[in-house]
Design a protein around this ligand. Structure first.
Ligand code: BES
Ligand code: MN
Ligand code: ZN
Length: 502
């Protein structure tokens, strides 16, 4: 899918545009946008609106073919909702425009049109967000994970070439480059999470990191089991005991900033299959635990995005990756392991393995003297209970420095629609991690499960500013549209873009 932008100016001549589709907005209460007005010489649009074939409500669409006096083969009408007041500062709010972009993408994906011109009144005040919504929705509608089907499914041709009409041409170029880079990152993330555990192994993730490094001139380093043993990563390695797949500890560096600038470190949970281990999970839906490397996938996708953008910031990805499997050598409930930090952990439940691999990665991150560390993990079912599938859980300490970091992350989420919600951590919850036999237990009981998981991680992050994103609910969709979402690549990439600009 090829994207370009074109300024709206006096020369814009929509009736004469030779294209397979021209996409224009329609308001509720039968009001036309200026762009629709321009294409309405024959009265076909007014007739469609009058007949009720299109309501103009957000999400409604209608395709008109062969309109007299219009060079385009099709006019695609898209509902924009209630017309804004004449003096309104912003024509359409970002969340509403995101829905408009989604319905546009859905509609276009069902057509056999080679190209499209989209003129939805993308105005200067919301242009950046509007371009991102359009690009991400259109790319999402084109995404497939079908390389493991023996025959490719019959595809609709899909729209190959998209021109977005904008008001500010210079900033639009910039927005478009960022949006396409984010879309490329999201596609990579989805593909990694959609691929099953017998394809996407720790070795596959390591190879992917090396490929990104080669393509974009980053540096990748893969630590093997022996090197992890030498570093005393006893907690990480305890999770791999029952698996035949070799663990990989992946480090990928994008040093786009000044040599002495402290890096942002992104840590991603890379469990390529989570059976639960000896604390075996129930069978129903266990297949979905192939996406337990969603954190790792989103960190790699984000690295791809910022590398493509040549972002002027130092960013280091750290991905501990292994399987969580049961066998005769597997870690047993009650076993006590020693983490790289020296703190000992009583493994009361082998299914709480994410924190066991992350804690050693968080200790490893100390060596980079990071400006901030963000870990990203499909960590707890409890987070899905709390926040559902709409918002990721955000956890940090509660002081001024961490409030600032939390706000940066929350803002990047709101801007992109890839939202997060801050949750509490602290002393009271920490009491739930007490163990009679080790420094701490790896579970804190059934109450506040996503919070006690965050409290566990916090104990390994005392040396730097840290935030934790629990993406168990947001990284994946179950049901008919089963598959990865590519979240939170848009949030993370935008957070980093904003940091580089600060
Ligand atoms: N990978 C799971 C969390 C998860 C559950 C992610 C559902 C996505 C969907 C994690 O390793 C896990 O098993 N957590 C346990 C923790 C419990 C044993 C304290 C959970 O959430 O049940
Ligand atoms: Mn688990
Ligand atoms: Zn897990």
């Amino acid at each position: 899918m090829d994207f370009s932008t074109k300024p709206l100016d006096a020369k814009s001549n929509f009736t004469g545009s030779k294209t397979a589709c021209i996409v224009v907005g329609i308001y509720e209460n039968k009001k036309l946008t200026p762009e629709a007005e321009a294409l309405n010489a024959s009265g076909a649009i007014t007739a469609a609106v009058k007949s009720g074939d299109i309501t103009g409500k957000v999400g409604s669409t209608l395709v008109l073919r062969n309109s007299a006096g219009v060079a385009a083969e099709r006019i695609v009408l898209v509902g924009l909702g209630v017309a804004p007041a004449a003096k309104a500062k912003q024509t359409i709010s970002n969340p509403v425009f995101a829905k408009v972009a989604l319905s546009t993408a859905n509609c276009l994906s069902h057509l056999s049109a080679a190209d499209a011109i989209i003129t939805l009144g993308v105005h200067a005040d919301n242009q950046n967000a509007a371009i991102r919504s359009l690009v991400l929705s259109l790319r999402a509608s084109a995404y497939r994970c079908d390389e493991l089907k023996s025959k490719p499914e019959t595809k609709t041709t899909g729209v190959g070439k998209i021109t977005i009409i904008v008001t500010d041409a210079t900033s639009a170029k910039h927005s478009l480059a960022q949006s396409v880079a984010i879309a490329n990152g999201i596609d990579l993330t989805k593909k990694l999470a959609d691929l099953p555990g017998n394809f996407c192994t720790p070795t596959y993730l390591a190879t992917t990191a090396k490929k990104i490094a080669t393509e974009f001139k980053l540096s990748a380093e893969i630590l093997e089991r022996k090197q992890c043993q030498a570093l005393k990563m006893g907690s990480f390695l305890s999770v791999t005991n029952g698996s035949d797949e070799p663990p990989k500890f992946i480090i990928l560096k994008h040093m786009g900033g000044k040599a002495k600038d402290a890096p942002v470190v992104l840590v991603g949970k890379g469990i390529t299959f989570d059976s639960g281990g000896i604390s075996l999970k129930a069978g129903a839906g266990m297949d979905e635990m192939k996406y337990d490397m969603g954190g790792a996938a989103s960190v790699l996708g984000t690295m791809r995005a910022i590398a493509e953008l040549k972002l002027k910031l130092n960013v280091i990805a750290v991905v501990p990756s292994c399987e969580n499997m049961p066998n005769g050598r597997a870690t047993k409930p009650g076993d006590i392991v020693t983490s790289m930090s020296g703190q000992t952990i009583e493994v009361l439940n082998t299914d709480a393995e994410g924190r066991l691999i992350l804690c050693d990665a968080l200790t490893y991150a100390e060596r980079f003297n990071p400006a901030a560390v963000i870990d990203v993990a499909t960590l707890t079912g409890a987070c899905i209970t709390s926040l559902g599938h709409h918002t990721s859980g955000l956890f940090t300490r509660h002081d001024a420095k961490h409030d600032d970091l939390a706000n940066e992350i929350l803002t990047a989420g709101i801007d992109t629609g890839d939202t997060a919600w801050r949750m509490p951590i602290g002393e009271a919850y920490n009491d739930q991690l007490k163990s009679n036999f080790a420094d701490m237990a790896n579970i804190g009981g059934s109450a506040a499960g996503s919070i006690t998981a965050a409290c566990f991680l916090e104990r390994f992050t005392k040396q730097y500013t840290w935030a934790h994103l629990d993406i168990a609910g947001t990284a994946w969709k179950s049901g008919a549209a089963k598959g990865a979402t590519g979240r939170p690549v848009a949030l993370l990439t935008t957070f980093l873009i904003n940091r580089a600009a600060a």
